[in-house]
Each structure stands twice: as C-alpha cells, then as structure tokens.
Design a protein around this ligand. Structure first.
Ligand code: 9MR
Length: 735
C-alpha cells in the first residue's frame, strides 16, 4: 500500500467529517468487478481443484469432496480496495446442489489476512439472497472476496450470482495524488544536455520559475513557455527551460510559486550506473542457474529455477503440449520473460537481438564501455568476452534449444514458447514453481525471430567463439528454410498459464530475418525478401519489419549502397516525426499514438522510439536527435503526467512495486523489491487487469498506470522492455 493512497483516504475522511462530502452516496460505489457473470467469469478465479464456469449467467463451481480447510476449495476475486473505518455491504445470491454450509470472506489476500467480513452461509437447492456488512480496519488495494467451500464430504455444485460489495468514500479511479505539479527528471540532467521541466499550471500567461541549489540559493530563473492543453494527460502545461545551468551538483530543485519539484542532480554523466543496472536485470532473471549473492547481494540471491529439481517439473525434459508432438526437449536456461516464468522465443529473440545490437552499435561508434569485459557483475565477467555478449548468449543458447530437432515433424522450426500449464500465484520464486510446463507448437514467427537473432549471433561471435558462431549460423539458416516451408503456422491468441505472443502477419518477420541473414552471409537469395520499411510505428515483438532498416544502417558496408541510403533516409524521417511529437506534447514523449491511447508496455514504445532517434543521431550527428533522446529520458524519469519515475531506484518517486513473482516485497516483506534499473511497462489505456480496473477508471491515457504488484497490464517488467532501456542508457552514457 503506498503512502499517497493512505494520505488521500485520510483527506477524504476528513472532508466527510467536515461535511464536505456526503457519505450517503458512498454506499453506491461498487467494489466488485463483474458480479453479474453476463458473459465471462473474469476476473473471478477458482482453486485448481474447483473447476468453475459461467452457466446461465451465474458463476458455478464443482466443489470437490475430501479437502480439509475452508480455503482448500474457493472461488474469489482479488484486488478489492478497502478504506479503514469504512463500512461495506456484501450482497449475493447462491444455491448448491446439496444442503451445505460454506463461508464467505472479505479479507486481506496476504498475511495477516485481516478480515472485514467472515460469515457462514447455509445453502440449499433454492436460490437465496444474502446480505452481510462489516467495517474495514485496513486501508488496502489487496482485499480478497471469496466463497470458501473446503471440507465438503460429498461433491456438489455451487452457483453464485449478483455479487456486489458497496462502500468506501474514494470513488473508483479517484483519490490519486501525483504530488508536485513541477515535473522534472528526478534522477538528473546531463550537464551538457537540455534541461527542461513540465509544470501543470492553469495560467494562460508565462509564470516565473527558479532553480535552487542544495543550499537553497537561487542559481537560475526565468519565465515558462505556455505549451497549453496536453491531449494525453488532460493537463494544461508550461515548460521551464534551464538548459543554460551547467554547474554540476546534487539536490537542485525547481520552484514555481510555492510548488517545488522533486530534487534532481546535474551531472557530467548521469547514466553510467543506469547502463549497468538496466543490463543487470538480465542476470537477475536468468533461468537454470543459481543467482549468486556475490553478484547481486544476499537479498537477490536465489536457487536455480527450472533445472529439473522438484517441485519444478521443467525445464530439462519438457514435453509438448498434450497431443501436439511426442518428444521432450531440454530447454533449460534463458531468461524468464517478465513477472511470469514463461520463456517465449518471439520475445526472447528480440531482447537478445537488442543486446547484440547494442554491442554492434558500441563497436561501430567507439563506445568502449559498451563492449567492456567486466562491465557487469555476472559469472562470465573477465572471460575476455564483452559482458553484454555473455548475457545475450545466455538467451541465445536457450533459443537454440527451442528448435525442433532433425528427424522430427516440423524440423528446424522453433517452438513458440514454454510455460506453466496454469498461472502461478504471487509470490513464487522460480525454484518453487510446481506447475507442469509444456512446449507449445512451433510457429513461423518464433522460427523467423530465431533466424534473425541466430544470424546476428553468427556474425558477432565469429570474433569471439567460432564454434558457437557456426552453431548460430546453422540454426539460423535451418530455421529460415523451415519458415519458407511452413510460412503460416500462427500461435493461438488464447493462452493459459503464460502469454500468447500471437501474431498472424509474419511478413515483417520474414523481412527482418532476411536482413539479418543477408548481413551475415551475403547470400543474394535473402536480399529479395527484405521488403519492410521503418515507419512511425517503430518496432516491437509483433512488428519487427522496421528492424531491417536498423540493421542496414548499423552495417552499411554489408548492404548494397542504395539500401543504405534509403534506410538512412527512413530512419531520419521517422526520427523527425518523433522529435516533432516530443516537442508538441506537454511531457517529452517521442511516442504519441495516433489513436490517442497508450498500449500495454507504452514505456517501451518510448524507449524503442529513442533507439530510432539515437540511430538517426549516429548516422547524421545532428544534435537535435541526441537532445531528443536525453529529453525522453526525462519522461521516463519523472517528467510526466504522474510525476513518476518508471525506473526502479531512480528518482524520488520511482516505481518499486512492479509485477514480478519474486521481487514481491509489497506482498511479502521477506522478499526484495525490484533492484535498481527495472523499467515498468507504463501507462496502458486498456486497463487489462483488475487492479487497473478498480483504481484507474476514467484515467487520461498518460495516467493509466499504478505502481502496484497487482497491475500486470501497467506495471510489469519484461526482457524486451529492459533490453531497449539498456540500449538507450548505453547510448546516453556514451555521449
Ligand atoms: O508485451 C506484451 C503486450 O504487447 C501484449 O499486449 C500483452 C498481452 O498479450 O502481453 C505482453 O507480454 C506479456 C506476455 O504475454 C507474458 N509475459 C509478460 C509480458 C509483459 O506483460
């Protein structure tokens, strides 16, 4: 539970006390999502021994016999917000196919499981209505409403409907506190770079600003520029520009009237540590190897996950999804994708590619830090290979294991993914995961992404380990042939226990893989498949076409001259659009989706746009691109509509409750928070999880974010997001 919510709850209670807000209407705030089961049961869940479904507009569950405690068989809903001191009323209808007594409970989902309502409910075959009340003694967003049926002597079916919980005075989506309206890069500005702030202020005229140093002396002052109404946030924004201030120091603040920003530094090189922290993310999330205290510290050390040691069932001999093939593969290693323990070839290949691309960019631009052996605290440190390549190889080795072996059906294709049969609860360390894990059928997209990353690996590793380079090249060319033979194997959209990474248009993957294969082999047969162009849509795991242009401009001598010139022009044209969008918004985000909404992982749309602007800088040396990348860092680090730094450990108000199964300090104090340098997914207009639905209703796109472990659709971390963060952190550090 974060301090801002507690504060605002207290403020509201005070307001009620003072007669400012009538508590009468509070009773109307509905706290249950989908209590009527009109079509779906989401976000209701049931225990794995208690299958449930929607039946005639009710939620029905098959209750097993022979369990012991009430909570051994439940249906329920999580992430219900409760306010301390407020009364709540629970109503529902229910029936059962036997005469039974069950329990209904409204309580904290995590220890100490403080309960607000706990009642015995006697059920018969006839549908009856129930009503219970209770007063919450806690402020939380983590209450759980459940129907607990364990201890039955005979099996039966339970059905519930019209479940409603009303109460509380904070309206859904209300009570949010973004702190100071003066928004800065809370970490720090580069002394030689642009230094601007965004200020929420209703004035139509410029207002005065001043910067104070740590000792309180005014060191710069001026008037704002009125940027005006900002569509994505709904804020009326002014810009303060203090770029002329170059004096290095810590603890500066910017004031407008009585409003003061979070403190910030001005440093010669503010991003040297972020470059390493953003990359360290990957070792932390390695599968198949113990994470050792000597590299990460005691708090983050943990046993190896998924090396065939019970209760793990993977990943040393993982069978195919039942009915899809008859073999098992050793697919140990790689990185866990995100807050979950799945490993997905489409996304893994993109993330590994970005680390290898970072290496190639560093080589080409003389950024020695980027290719340094000893940069990171990882087991391969000082093995005479750049650490960023060691880290990427950890993933590439896994990708190679996902390829269907010779002699099997679909040989040469890559299995789309491997993950748990069912979603595991939080918290859960990788070595504790008891779920069966399966290989999912090969897909063309995964196969082509393996071909792309494999070809890049072959090119790069020739200088470091010829045998490995050769393995990569063979895998890549084999994958390409298999994809040509099976060009339309698409992963399904529906997915349980892991993400889908579904994609039914793989023309962009063909083009990207062809560019990589051509760059590595020089074989003309690949050239004609390069038919994608970088557009303002940039790139992400589903849209990889634009990456072909990045590869071409990174490796000009490996492509026909006219390819390079055309790609360079496109990179610059797209970067110009990003610079334009960054400058026209109240907050410096190069990503400004045309449909006016932010998508899942919007912060990675920011970082990938930054990669493209940085590439434009590399090919043009025009300062405008470099400055735009630096200013985009401001957005990520607090100069945004929520006064929120999205990178853990960086800035006064930085995300620290990201959705992750063992960086779960928020729900289990014995576990750590995310380490420094983990980027949250960011604002997502889609509100695709109950935490977001409960707390962000009506949010302006740029504010659809909540720093709570429950919000996987706004606050997860992921390898493809941190790989682009690592890329841009290295870029800004190299300037
Ligand atoms: O990043 C993915 C995003 O583009 C999709 O909209 C979303 C839903 O399919 O999935 C995101 O990826 C998640 C993956 O499916 C499972 N692991 C966590 C990933 C990050 O949230």
């Amino acid at each position: 539970m974060s301090a801002p919510l507690r504060l605002s709850a207290a403020c509201l209670s005070l307001a009620i006390f003072a007669g400012l807000v009538s508590p009468a209407h509070a009773d109307t705030y509905e706290r249950v999502l989908n209590g009527t089961f009109d079509s779906t049961k989401s976000p209701w869940w049931s225990s794995s021994n208690t299958p449930s479904r929607v039946e005639s507009g009710r939620l029905c569950a098959d209750i097993p016999a022979g369990t012991a405690d009430p909570w051994d068989a439940m249906i329920g809903q999580n992430y219900i917000p409760l306010e301390a001191g407020q009364p709540y009323t629970l109503r529902f209808t229910a029936s059962a196919t036997r005469d039974v007594a069950i329990r209904t409970s409204l309580q904290l989902a995590e220890p100490p499981h403080t309960s607000t309502i706990a009642e015995r409910v006697a059920l018969t075959g006839e549908t009856r209505s129930f009503e219970f009340t209770g007063t919450s003694s806690v402020d939380t967003r983590h209450a759980q409403l459940s129907f607990q049926t364990g201890g039955a002597t005979e099996p039966y079916t339970l059905c519930v409907d019209d479940v409603s919980l009303t109460g509380g005075v904070i309206p859904p989506g209300g009570g949010r506190d973004f702190g100071s309206p003066v928004r800065v890069n809370q970490h720090g500005y580069a002394a030689s770079g642009p230094k601007r702030a965004s200020i929420v202020n209703s004035s139509a005229e410029p207002v005065r600003w001043s910067v104070r140093d740590e000792g309180g002396d005014v060191v710069a002052k001026g008037h704002t520029r009125v940027r005006g109404d900002d569509a994505m946030s709904g804020d009326h924004v002014h810009i303060a520009d203090f770029s002329e201030l170059r004096e290095r120091g810590r603890g500066y603040t910017l004031s407008v009237g009585s409003e003061v920003s979070a403190p910030f530094d001005i440093l010669a090189n503010p991003y040297d540590r972020l470059r390493r922290d953003a990359l360290a993310y990957f070792y932390h999330n390695r599968s198949g190897v113990p994470i050792e205290a000597k590299y990460v510290g005691e708090d983050y050390a943990r046993p190896a996950g998924h090396v065939g040691v019970a209760p793990n069932t993977g990943d040393t001999e993982v069978p195919c999804l039942p009915g899809s093939c008859d073999y098992a593969l050793d697919v140990r290693g790689g990185w866990y994708d995100a807050g979950d323990h799945g490993k997905y070839v489409v996304n893994g290949a993109l993330a590994a590619w970005q680390l290898m691309d970072l290496y190639e960019r560093s080589m080409r631009n003389g950024d020695f830090e980027g290719v340094r052996d000893g940069l990171l605290r990882i087991p391969e440190r000082r093995n005479r290979v750049p650490d960023v390549l060691d880290e990427a190889r950890w993933e590439v080795e896994f990708l190679l294991r996902m390829q269907v072996p010779e002699g099997k059906p679909l040989a040469g294709m890559a299995h789309h993914k491997i993950h748990d049969a069912a979603w595991t609860p939080h918290p859960m360390l990788p070595h504790q995961d008891p779920q069966p894990r399966y290989l999912h059928p090969p897909s063309t997209a995964a196969t082509l992404n393996l071909a792309a990353a494999g070809a890049q690996c072959a090119r790069i590793w020739r200088f470091w380990d010829r045998a490995f380079a050769k393995r990569c090249r063979t895998a890549a060319e084999t994958a390409w042939k298999a994809a040509i033979k099976h060009p339309d194997r698409y992963a399904p959209e529906k997915s349980v226990g892991g993400g889908p990474y579904d994609d039914t248009d793989v023309s962009d993957e063909f083009s990207w893989a062809a560019a990589e294969l051509y760059a590595t082999t020089g074989k003309w047969r690949y050239l004609r498949f390069i038919d994608s162009e970088l557009t303002k849509d940039g790139f992400f795991w589903k849209e990889t076409g634009g990456l072909a242009d990045l590869t071409i401009v990174r490796l000009p001598r490996r492509f026909p001259r006219w390819y390079y010139h055309a790609a360079r022009e496109r990179v610059i044209a797209v970067a110009d659009e990003y610079v334009h969008d960054l400058r026209s918004q109240g907050y410096p985000n190069p990503s400004m989706p045309e449909d006016g909404t932010y998508a899942w992982g919007s912060n990675s749309a920011t970082t990938t746009s930054m990669v493209i602007m940085a590439t434009a800088y590399d090919v043009s040396h025009k300062r405008v691109y470099r400055d735009a990348v630096l200013e985009s860092m401001d957005y990520l680090l607090g100069r945004n509509a929520m006064n929120q730094s999205f990178i853990s450990g960086y800035g006064e108000r930085s995300s620290h409750n990201q959705h992750h199964r063992h960086w779960a300090h928020q729900i289990d104090p014995s576990l750590p928070s995310p380490p420094r340098g983990a980027m949250a997914g960011g604002p997502n207009s889609g509100l695709q999880d109950p935490m977001a639905q409960q707390n962000l209703r009506g949010c302006a796109p740029a504010t659809c974010y909540i720093d709570d472990i429950g919000s996987w659709s706004t606050n997860e971390v992921a390898i493809n997001w941190n790989s682009s963060l690592a890329w841009v952190a290295a870029f800004v550090d190299s300037l």
